[in-house]
Design a protein around this ligand. Structure first.
Ligand code: G3H
Ligand code: 13P
Ligand code: ZN
Length: 310
């Protein structure tokens, strides 16, 4: 019944051939939905906070709500900084009680990325906080993570080995064809599983992280579009590919877009069908219920982490 780092979680996930879901949190409803889903299915879970989430909700509020969720449900979870932009933000999160941080220096040249990551590792490890880093670049359009596809590139397996040795990071996010947001593929959805397999061969037992792993359920997109939305060409990573990645070295699968979509669909539907509703608890309550159902579906059918609580 605590906020724990990712070490034990990843070790068990690797050995068990499943992955831990890392869900982005931005407000109370999302925190409750994700933690209640994990509790209902006895699953480990990672709650992650981006720097724009920190700016929106403020660290103290998020931390207090996460602590309340742990106390109420008894779930052991990791509280993780997602895409930490610099040493100072990582340090601030370590100092205020996060159990895991990501330093995302993937836009820097290899040596500088490794150097900055090593600096974060040195600080975080003093407090038993685990560190995720990123090598390679994902395409995507999001507030703090904005990379056009011509600036995205796949992770080189030999570089990954060198990077982990140099930086001492506890897990590594790799680029194998996923991207952030709701528009991931214009043609066939494919990932470079050969790169993942090669990295696993070179670094057995080492936990790999997959960002940009929302599946963008066509039924949810249909609902959004039916109730006034405009997301016609949205597409995500098919669930069977994520399941395969989870059975290999991928121990952490990041999903934010699917939470946003579930929330948007629920709220659009209520506003369209019940125009008299103006109590936020009515539409945010419906959104919370649908987010929980989404997370439960992922735990059971994609991650395989049900009944694996620490
Ligand atoms: O990878 C990015 C996450 O989806 C967080 O996005 O920076 O808009 O909170 P955000
Ligand atoms: P999605 O946009 O696919 O949900 O990815 C989220 C993510 O990688 C957060 O770090
Ligand atoms: Zn990401």
């Amino acid at each position: 019944m605590a906020i724990v780092n990712t070490k034990e979680m990843f070790k068990k996930a690797y050995q068990g051939g499943y992955a831990i879901g890392a869900f982005n949190i931005n407000n109370m409803e999302i925190i409750q939905a994700v933690v209640d889903a994990a509790a209902a299915l006895k699953s480990p879970v990672i709650l992650q906070v981006s720097s724009s989430a920190l700016a929106y909700a403020r660290a103290g509020y998020l931390l207090a709500m996460v602590e309340a969720a742990v106390k109420e449900t008894g779930v052991d979870l990791a509280l993780h900084l997602d895409h930490g932009p610099d040493f100072e933000t990582c340090k601030m999160c370590v100092d205020c009680g996060f159990s895991s941080v990501m330093i995302d220096a993937s836009s820097l040249p290899f040596e500088q990325n490794a150097e900055l990551t090593a600096k974060v590792v040195e600080y975080a490890h003093k407090y038993d906080v685990t560190v995720e880093a990123e090598l390679g670049r994902l395409a995507g359009v999001e507030d703090e993570v904005n990379v056009s596809s011509e600036h995205a590139f796949y992770t080189d397996p030999a570089d990954a080995v060198k990077f982990v040795e140099l930086s001492g990071c506890d897990s590594l996010a790799i680029a194998i064809g996923t991207s952030h947001g709701a528009y991931k593929f214009s043609g066939k959805a494919e990932l470079r599983m050969d790169i993942l397999r090669e990295i696993q061969k070179l670094m057995p037992e080492y936990p790999i992280v997959l960002h940009g792993a929302s599946s963008v359920d066509p039924k949810v997109i249909e609902t959004i579009n039916a109730y006034g939305g405009n997301m016609k060409s949205a597409a995500g990573v098919p669930e069977h590919i994520l399941r395969e990645a989870a059975s290999l070295a991928v121990c952490k699968i990041n999903m934010d877009t699917d939470i946003r979509l579930a929330m948007t669909a629920a709220i659009r539907k209520i506003f369209a069908e019940k125009p008299d509703v103006f109590d936020p608890r009515k539409y945010l309550g419906a959104a919370r219920k649908d987010i929980q159902a989404t997370v439960e579906h992922k735990i059971k059918n994609v991650l395989g982490s049900d009944n694996r609580a620490l």
